[in-house]
Design a protein around this ligand. Structure first.
Ligand code: AMP
Length: 495
């Protein structure tokens, strides 16, 4: 946040001179760990609105999808302004007090979580492209990962295109920019025909708004309307709720929605008609908010049903069931409903421990076992406990939890993961470690049970997961190592 005041002043100064736009830093790095989880939000209105404040509300609702950086672009009377910085949405916006400056017809925004080493400012979004007069002519925000970005970047650079950042998202920006002569729709279509992988994108030119989704719809993107003249596209329905928009529908795989000066409202164009829906199953299991509904399926319901199913799959005698906050809790409630074993909310999460909590030494790391999660000891001492988490990735959390429960004096621990074993990395937009660090890729269930030191261990079966989700039309790559799109030429840069 250190240069926010300066950025804000630049913004205000340049607003007056109508040439605002902070130059992105130049880098010669190759893509550096583009793996990321993000939230995107876009709004378009035929009325003049405080689009800045509305985008702030929308991004705040998507904060769980990324906490490291955020930004917005606002389109105001044919000009695009961009602001972005590291930190949380509220930290970023709280110092900006000239809302009238941010009136406009359109805004897009982005919340970003990146893996360590990729936190460079030039990779913050929205990305923008400028014309020869230093005016922003195009801006986009992207959630997902491209699998052929490296090779496309090399192609574009050979044609003389200059890149300012090291993120795969800039490839999308530069391809649209390069093809703008085809008209906006044509430029997006040409881009979608080149790029591969997972992408949900919102964007704007100086007079148009657009949103589009990859041919498998791997990352979510929903459409809503505040009134007949005001439309919203966002990663999750919670962002629609936050701005008072009604859900209209999910943007389809392979679809572009866009505005066109000759026709009112939003237009739709299918780049390909024969697309199959393959939304990421992990969005339901862990990533999306429980109050979101994606592709017509409510996230909380999936989590609750997964708890019910794992009871059917692996029943056990116990005194209480507890859930690992936050995403394990609805599953624990489901398990309790199905089994009749009482659910007790006895694991207390410290809300202020963020993912960026840095612990310098192993000794200190071992001392912080109870820092993030602490049990109410009197509730669990001497009891047979079923503990439910959404997933086991590296095994660090579960190992730590078992230690906490043993220290609290529980009699038996029955661990249930309401996702199947994660055996393969995701290269389509969820931050997971490489195969070497995925504990289920390296241990059988029995070996893992022993390693964790629990009395029983079960993972939700693939069959049950498919039943809960209602179809196998999802990306299950992290469980099956079979992905809806080829891994592509960028595989080595992801892990
Ligand atoms: P681990 O400690 O590596 O086994 O991670 C498992 C825990 O991390 C579970 O409690 C999950 O809720 C959470 N989790 C699962 N996937 C992710 C992810 N991609 N990023 C951050 N946390 C995750």
């Amino acid at each position: 946040m250190k240069d926010l005041q300066k950025q804000k002043q630049d913004y205000l100064d340049q607003f007056k001179s109508r040439t605002y736009g902070r130059n992105l830093l130049k880098s010669d790095d190759p893509f550096d760990a583009p793996s990321e989880e993000c939230g995107i939000f876009g709004l378009y209105s035929e009325n003049d609105l405080d689009t800045f404040s509305l985008s702030q509300f929308g991004l705040f609702a998507l904060q769980h999808r990324g906490q490291e950086a955020c930004g917005i672009s606002v389109m105001n009377q044919g000009r695009i302004f961009n602001l972005k910085d590291e930190g949380l949405v509220l930290d970023f916006y709280k110092d900006i007090r000239e809302p009238e400056t941010f009136m406009g017809n359109s805004a897009i925004g982005h919340t970003r979580y990146t893996t360590a080493g990729d936190k460079k400012k030039y990779n913050f979004q929205p990305f923008f492209a400028k014309n020869e007069y230093d005016q922003i002519i195009l801006s986009i925000a992207h959630n997902g990962n491209l699998t052929n970005a490296k090779c496309l970047k090399a192609e574009l650079e050979a044609e003389g295109v200059v890149f300012k950042a090291t993120s795969d998202s800039e490839v999308i920006l530069r391809l649209i920019q390069k093809n703008l002569d085809l008209g906006l729709r044509g430029a997006i279509k040409a881009t979608m025909e080149k790029i591969e992988g997972a992408y949900s994108v919102v964007g704007m030119t100086r007079n148009k708004f657009f949103a589009f989704r990859d041919f498998h719809g791997i990352r979510p993107l929903v459409l809503g309307a505040i009134d007949e003249k005001t439309f919203v596209a966002a990663s999750e329905t919670v962002a629609l709720d936050a701005v008072g928009a009604q859900y209209v529908r999910d943007i389809l795989p392979g679809e572009i929605v866009y505005t066109n000066e000759n026709e009112p409202g939003l237009q739709s164009f299918m780049v390909r008609e024969d697309c199959q829906r393959n939304i990421c199953a992990f969005e339901y299991i862990y990533f999306a908010r429980p109050d979101s509904t994606l592709e017509g399926i409510n996230v909380h319901e999936v989590r609750e049903k997964s708890g019910m199913k794992i009871w059917e799959q692996a029943p056990v005698e116990a005194d209480i069931v507890i859930g690992v906050p936050d995403s394990g809790v609805p599953a624990a409630i489901g398990f309790s409903i199905a089994s009749g074993i009482p659910f007790r909310p006895v694991l207390i999460k410290n809300r202020y421990v963020g993912r960026s909590f840095i612990v310098p030494t192993q000794d200190m790391r071992e001392r912080i076992v109870n820092l993030k999660l602490n049990p109410i000891i009197s509730e669990i001492k001497g009891k047979r406990v079923v503990i439910i988490d959404d997933s086991i990735v590296r095994g660090t959390t579960s190992k730590r939890l078992v230690k906490i429960l043993r220290m609290a004096g529980v009699k038996e621990i029955h661990f249930r993961s309401v996702s199947p074993p994660i055996i393969a990395p995701c290269y389509l937009g969820i931050d997971t470690p490489s195969k070497d660090d995925l504990i289920s890729a390296n241990m059988s269930v029995e070996e893992l049970r022993e390693y964790l030191g629990v009395d029983s261990l079960e993972f939700l079966s693939m069959e049950n997961l498919i039943t809960i989700l209602g179809s196998s039309n999802h990306c299950f790559g992290c469980f099956t190592e079979k992905y809806p799109v080829p891994k592509g030429d960028d595989e080595e840069i992801f892990k």
